[in-house]
Design a protein around this ligand. Structure first.
Ligand code: ATP
Length: 585
């Protein structure tokens, strides 16, 4: 298939707002791409050449290089590109315009195929080392010399992460269902396959080539991360038992880093919550797993926590984060020793065990973990009594943990990969009336500080994630509660994400002095949710405007373990708002 076809489809999708119609149009092009190219179309549409967990270099060039590429391809001065970029704020539109104006002889240009575009972008991503910048520019200029203006627009947007179609992963799944099965009903099978293999391009290929039945038998496999199950939250023990009961397994909620451990003989790979390989960060955990996990092949999940080597007690989460440093891993392993508390098993001796009920998985887990101080299962017990649940909760808090997670143990309590369901319900010490819990928001912009804060940021603009439209609508401006250290850290971290203009994925009516790529996730506490004319989260779904968080403050915790798409969603905020209203009546 030629790339121009896909570019035209992107153009069409951008121009309409209805998600059903967007899905329908995308489904047609997916069908046309067929088994040979559908994987690449999916990857390009997601703006990622490979899933994160493969650890392959990704597309993404800085604005400076994009300007150079466009200027060379359009035989014009970089100054002209910059001027046009200032006016439009969109390097894709600039490329389209300047290429159309340039004297570039398109007569002899080759038609660009999807495969060629994908492979060139991949080759550019993989070009490293001395002189690589020059090489990258040359390859990209070559690609643009064969591109029509509209193709150039989308190549540049893809390269700079500015593609904004308003279709998230779930929209692509819907489109695949329509394209290859002809009905949306198939989406649950496609979603399941995606959740267990974490590679939507591969899922698309299997579906196009071998059909739905082959997709249904895709199983988890060691080496490929399974999308993690998440917990809902409630503050009333009675309600918790009602939702997940009649009996629940109440486990301590440890405050560390979630790790998915894949073991195949002596090979051990660790994946983070955002599905990145973090094996190198925890060489000691790898050793412990080799020695103390009695299974040839398995996938386990646990919480990695920092411990005090003298007392054996747990240390705060901030200590554990020192392990994130890429250098000095050996010294760090000594300074910040860790323990792992396992809470689930998803694969065992060649078999996917996610469909087993929680009670059975726990038994299996007990049989493979050889315990010691450093390696053990989470503390927990089964109860049907709300009073007992509260006692375990208090014990957990008294021994320095965050709270508890109550897990359903009934026949239907499978491990639900990739979903946040009522099968796991968390109860934390911080839950009170009002907003009850912190939220995780994406920093999208900042306002310069004045007076004492000159040279730093005075306030930051934060967004939730809207899964339906794959956008980041703002939900609050945070200007208070920062310590001096926090302000310095904010400046340092956020400046790495600065972009010249607002990202097309960010929806904001509030002006900022500096805009950032939606990348950094922070934890925020607030008093309550209110309807606001200023913020865009949930606008159109609620009467009177969007949602805003009142009196938001940064807790100081950077959620490095979360991808921006794993931030609190608009859907979550609406749920919090409705709960809060329910309580107020
Ligand atoms: P929070 O900010 O409350 O940790 P979250 O959005 O990061 O929430 P949730 O999935 O809602 O994540 O909460 C579950 C997280 O709690 C898991 O990802 C895991 O890291 C951690 N955790 C700690 N103890 C347990 C346990 N016993 N069982 C499951 N998860 C646990």
């Amino acid at each position: 298939m030629i790339y121009e076809k896909l570019s035209n489809v992107y153009q069409e999708i951008e121009a309409i707002s209805g998600s059903l119609e967007k899905t329908r149009i995308l489904s047609e092009v997916l069908k046309e791409a067929g088994a040979s190219e559908v994987g690449r179309v999916v990857a390009l549409t997601m703006g990622k050449l490979h899933p994160d967990w493969m650890g392959e270099p990704e597309i993404g060039i800085a604005e400076k290089m994009a300007i150079q590429v466009v200027a060379t391809a359009a035989s014009t001065e970089e100054r002209a590109v910059k001027k046009s970029l200032r006016e439009t704020g969109d390097i894709g539109a600039v490329a389209e315009l300047l290429l159309a104006e340039s004297a570039q002889a398109t007569l002899f240009a080759e038609e660009l195929t999807i495969t060629h575009v994908y492979e060139t972008l991949d080759a550019v991503a993989k070009t490293t080392g001395k002189g690589s910048a020059k090489d990258k520019v040359a390859r990209l200029v070559g690609l643009l010399s064969d591109a029509s203006p509209v193709e150039a627009k989308y190549i540049l947007r893809t390269l700079t992460g500015q593609l904004r179609l308003g279709i998230g992963d779930m929209g692509i799944i819907d489109a695949l269902a329509l394209a290859f099965v002809g009905e949306k009903e198939a989406r649950k099978h496609i979603e399941r396959a995606f959740n267990v293999c974490s590679d939507l391009a591969r899922v698309a290929e299997v579906l196009a080539k071998d059909g739905l039945d082959s997709l249904k038998i895709i199983q988890a496999s060691v080496g490929r991360p399974i999308r993690m199950m998440a917990a809902k939250k409630l503050s009333e023990p009675v309600e918790i038992i009602e939702k997940a009961g009649p009996e629940v397994l109440v486990e301590y909620k440890y405050d560390g880093e979630r790790v998915q451990v894949h073991k195949n003989g002596e090979d051990v790979v660790l994946f983070s919550r955002r599905q990145e390989q973090i094996t190198e960060q925890y060489p000691d955990v790898v050793d412990l797993v080799r020695r103390q996990i009695e299974a040839d092949t398995c996938i386990l999940e646990g919480e990695c926590i920092a411990i005090d080597p003298t007392t054996g007690g747990t240390r705060p989460f901030q200590e554990l984060m020192r392990r994130r440093r890429k250098t000095d891993i050996d010294r760090m392993s000594e300074e910040v020793p860790v323990a792992i508390r396992f809470f689930d098993i998803l694969f065992h001796e060649g078999e996917d065990v996610t469909a087993l009920p929680m009670a059975e998985r726990r038994k299996l887990l007990e049989s493979v973990v050889q315990r010691s101080e450093r390696v053990s299962l989470t503390i927990g017990e089964v109860t049907k009594e709300p009073e007992r649940l509260m006692e375990v909760f208090r014990e957990a808090i008294d021994s320095g943990h965050e709270g508890v997670i109550a897990k359903a143990v009934h026949e239907g309590s499978a491990y639900q990969a990739g979903s946040r369901s009522w099968l796991w319900i968390k109860l934390k010490a911080s839950y009170q009336e009002g907003m009850a819990d912190s939220v995780d928001l994406v920093v999208v912009g900042a306002i310069h500080g004045r007076g004492k804060r000159a040279g730093l940021y005075g306030a930051i603009l934060a967004s939730a994630y809207d899964e339906d439209s794959d956008t980041f609508p703002t939900v609050c401006k945070i200007g208070t509660g920062f310590t001096d250290e926090m302000l310095v850290e904010l400046k340092e971290r956020l400046d790495r994400q600065t972009i010249g203009t607002k990202s097309p994925k960010v929806l904001s009516d509030v002006e900022a002095d500096v805009w950032f790529s939606p990348a950094e996730v922070i934890e925020v506490l607030g008093d309550e949710m209110t309807i606001s004319p200023t913020h865009s989260a949930g606008r159109g779904r609620l009467e009177g405007g969007g949602l805003a968080i009142r009196f938001p403050r940064f807790t100081g915790r950077w959620r490095e373990d979360k991808d921006p798409k794993q931030a609190t969603t608009v859907e979550d905020l609406i749920e919090i708002y409705e709960r809060q209203r329910g309580r107020g009546q």
